[in-house]
Design a protein around this ligand. Structure first.
Ligand SMILES: Nc1ncnc2c1ncn2[C@@H]1O[C@H](COP(=O)(O)OP(=O)(O)OP(=O)(O)O)[C@@H](O)[C@H]1O
Length: 357
């Protein structure tokens, strides 16, 4: 007769390589049931986008076969419960707020933010996206929602809440939904800061695993408003390989590390890293130099999350209002999915570290 203690003892040999503890200690094994040689349990991961899902499942199977019984019939259900960096009453139903930031404009920050949102949602996470780019909100275009206006609802306490617009399984709010698209710089100074705060505080987000925030480029008032005003899990930095972009990215990255701000940098993504013709994906032309983003990440001792090439389909998909990651048969979509997995992984690591400190 196999006992639960035997199975748990076997699973104590399986370590989560990121969190550096075994799965039993991490409380990831749930609903263990045993009937003769049949063993079933749920493996509760820290994110549905976990890149190590299969590896951990196989390690569990092997550990039970090795330490308990070769003949056991093992069923493992995989679920996820996304962790939070801290328990606060502020925005308590939003588990993680992730800032997507860039030193310079036009490097593809909104493209990356939108495709990350799509990839995380495709893995089964509950995702929201705030477009806080006061200079040129692009989420309405990228999600084919130009001219859309969110509705509102009244709470029992008499508060009015904005209802995010849901598209492709993502809850969306953009400053662009509240401005005239033909106005050149619709939001300025305190008005912009107040509008951005409202997108967080006065919206009916419901429960979210990840709220991704597309920031304006550079370091300005909006950055201060958001970093000081809300419990932020971490920031993802987008750069391109050109020296001018990398120089500005350094400043952007340094801002998050400043003592008064001190937001974990989850990593650097290099967009437009190389040119590749869609019909010849193995041909890579590093037009603006190679590995600049990687070198930048290593000089700040933050993770490098991956590179995205310049591909015509990315901008075409964005302009059409259907982020390229929606088309899962595409290799670019696979690249975004891989980066999204790494972002989710870094969030879990960062949250585990915050919980410890
Ligand atoms: N990897 C890529 N390959 C091809 N085109 C891209 C790629 N990344 C972004 N683009 C295109 O480059 C343009 C700028 O991208 P995007 O709007 O995402 O940049 P941004 O950094 O958010 O800009 P802004 O500073 O205006 O907010 C868009 O037309 C987008 O479709």
């Amino acid at each position: 007769m196999i006992s639960p203690e035997q199975v748990l003892a076997a699973l104590r040999n399986v370590e989560d390589p990121d969190l550096k503890k075994d799965l039993v200690t991490l409380n990831m094994i749930k609903d263990l049931k045993i009937a003769d040689q049949q063993i079933s349990f749920t493996l509760e991961l820290t994110t549905p986008a976990c890149p190590m899902k299969d590896m951990l499942k196989n390690a569990c199977l092997n550990a039970i076969k090795h330490f308990v019984s070769r003949d056991a019939e093992i069923t493992i259900n995989i679920t996820a419960r996304v962790t939070k960096p801290m328990d606060t009453n502020q925005l308590k139903d939003i588990r993680n707020i992730i800032l997507v930031s860039s030193g310079k404009g036009g490097v593809g920050k909104s493209t990356v933010a939108s495709n990350l949102a799509v990839s995380l949602a495709a893995d089964g996470a509950k995702v929201g996206l705030i477009d806080a780019d006061i200079y040129g909100p692009s989420v309405p275009t990228m999600f084919d929602l130009v001219g859309a206006k969110p509705s509102a609802r009244e709470t029992e306490e008499g508060r009015t809440l904005i209802l995010p617009i849901e598209k492709y399984g993502i809850k969306l709010l953009s400053l662009g939904f509240f401005a005239d698209p033909d106005q050149p710089v619709p939001w300025r100074g305190p008005m912009a800061s107040n509008a951005v705060k409202q997108l967080f505080n006065d919206a009916d987000w419901g429960e979210l695993d990840y709220l991704i925030v597309d920031l304006p480029p550079g370091t300005g008032d909006i950055h201060i408003t958001i970093t000081q005003g809300f419990p932020i899990t971490g920031a993802v930095i987008v750069t391109t390989p050109q020296q001018v972009a990398l120089a500005d990215t350094r400043k952007g990255l340094a801002m998050f590390k400043m003592p008064g701000i001190n937001i974990p940098v989850l990593g650097v993504i290099e967009n437009m890293a190389y040119f590749t013709p869609e019909e010849l994906p193995d041909n890579k032309y590093y037009l603006f130099g190679k590995d600049g983003g990687k070198a930048l990440a290593s000089s700040f001792d933050v993770p490098f999350l991956g590179e995205i090439p310049i591909v015509q389909g990315i901008s075409e998909a964005g302009d059409k209002g259907e982020p390229i990651a929606l088309n899962t048969s595409n290799i670019i979509s696979a690249a975004f999915a891989q980066i999204a997995g790494k972002v989710a992984q870094q969030i879990a690591i960062s949250n585990a570290q915050t919980a410890k400190s």
